[in-house]
Design a protein around this ligand. Structure first.
Ligand SMILES: Cc1ncc(COP(=O)(O)O)c(C=O)c1O
Length: 435
């Protein structure tokens, strides 16, 4: 592809005409496409149909002998704890099995920290002056929305190819007002970055000024490789027995392994944090849904079953990512106006467009019948300072729609860029020659 940044004014004008015509043609197709949220497709949902019959009326007991239809066993049944520990890459004694959503578990942990402090004897965060969270950007919009709801100030730290910019993180945690940091350590939403060994080690050995500082280690995509296998260090084993033993709260779920909204999730940490979490949990609920825990444990009883399930997801997902990336490579590579991630797992592709045009690309797509995650959503307060990042979520639609959506995206990225470049040139000329 031609580099748009080096085109002459005449070449830009010709390109613009071509793109405007193509855009009008797309609009006339009255498309209705959605590539906005990271949802599994219906083919993926069907991969977990075995769950629906995994527990029957005459076989509802856990291996521990507990009746799963009854109250009790607030920490969760052992076979479910084993499954979630396997996903987190840790051992079951670090696990409290929670409800159907890890986001809910994060919210519960955050609200307990706000109301009662993040550790035994800690001062409730809501009673401290300004409190701040480190937010790796671009990142997960729901983390940011939750943090904003609690009135916590968010501080952006740039994502690099190996994880968060650790020099910035190490400096920021010297501020006692910094109480938390959101991390999606494997196949981060939306960049697809997995934190390198060095990054995980540096996080594990941070020196925060506040004893009640907590890392929210949202390991949502722990086993969600769709090409090969990417390793992530187990941060809990790095912090165990050190002065940072209580610094990390890990969260996992089966949302994108079995059923989103209907999976099982966990709070995963060391013994002090588990005791701290249990304290508010035991007032909040008598126990979580153990029938759901049992059917998950029976459906995915061992490492092999989990691996097979994820391979089946990968087979459905992989071609969709390949389709988007093929369109991006064809239409955007070498143009100088876009760069994008090439993930090997997770649910998203991060697309950076010409600075100052992400909102316009979103608007153009929307007008052409394609819903994208709102521009800015991958940043705290919905504000992308460079108006540059867009999150692409290709898993939900079927392949033909993914293909059609990718074409609309690349067209809109180019059109918005050409319009902006032409407008800039015009205003530069005006300022050179005076008005
Ligand atoms: C990083 C991240 N964390 C958590 C979730 C939600 O997980 P759950 O359904 O277990 O609440 C998602 C869903 O997209 C996610 O991307």
């Amino acid at each position: 592809m031609k580099n748009y940044l080096t085109l002459s004014p005449e070449e830009l004008a010709t390109e613009r005409e071509v793109l405007e015509t193509a855009y009008e043609r797309v609009k006339r197709r009255h498309l209705s496409l959605n590539i906005a949220r990271g949802l599994p497709s219906s083919r993926q949902l069907a991969l977990s149909d075995g769950l629906l019959t995994a527990v029957t009326g005459d076989d509802t007991k856990s291996e521990s002998g507990a009746e799963t239809r009854q109250y009790g066993v607030p920490d969760g049944i052992p076979e479910a704890a084993r499954l979630l520990a396997r996903i987190a890459g840790t051992s079951p004694e670090h696990v409290i099995v929670t409800g159907t959503s890890s986001l809910n578990t994060m919210y519960d942990a955050l609200s307990a920290a706000m109301l009662f402090g993040s550790c035994e004897g800690g001062i409730p965060w809501c009673r401290q002056d300004t409190i701040k969270f480190i937010c790796v950007v671009p990142g997960y919009d729901r983390h940011f929305a939750m943090t904003e709801l609690f009135g916590i100030e968010m501080v952006n730290v740039r994502m690099t190819e190996t994880g968060p910019d650790m020099d910035a993180v190490e400096t920021l945690v010297r501020d006692p007002a910094v109480k938390g940091m959101w991390c999606v350590p494997k196949f981060a939403n939306p960049t697809g970055v997995t934190y390198s060994t060095e990054t995980v080690r540096r996080i594990a050995s941070l020196r925060p000024a506040s004893r009640d500082f907590r890392i929210f280690w949202d390991n949502a995509y722990a086993v969600h490789d769709f090409i090969g296998h990417t390793d992530l260090l187990d941060i809990l084993s790095l912090t165990e027995g050190t002065e940072n033993e209580d610094m990390v709260w890990e969260f996992v779920s089966t949302a994108k392994i079995t059923l989103p909204g209907g999976g099982i999730s966990a709070f995963v940490s060391g013994k002090n944090n588990l005791a701290w979490f249990r304290k508010s949990m035991s007032k909040r609920t008598i126990c979580y849904d153990k029938v759901n825990q049992l059917r998950h444990a029976r459906f995915l009883p061992d490492e092999e079953a989990l691996k097979k399930q994820m391979e089946k997801h990968a087979a459905v997902i992989r071609p969709k990512f390949e389709t988007v990336l093929a369109a991006f490579d064809r239409d955007l590579a070498g143009t100088g106006i876009a760069s994008y991630s090439r993930p090997t797992g997770g649910y998203f592709i991060s697309l950076d467009v010409l600075p100052g045009t992400a909102g316009e690309v979103w608007r153009l797509c929307s007008e052409a019948g394609l819903t994208l995650t709102k521009a800015g959503a991958t940043f705290p307060y919905g504000k992308d300072p460079d108006d540059r990042n867009l999150r692409i979520a290709p898993t939900y639609p079927e392949l033909p729609e993914v293909e059609a959506a990718s074409e609309v995206i690349t067209l809109c990225v180019r059109l918005a860029a050409v319009r902006k470049l032409m407008a800039e040139r015009t205003s530069n000329e005006k300022s050179v020659f005076g008005d």
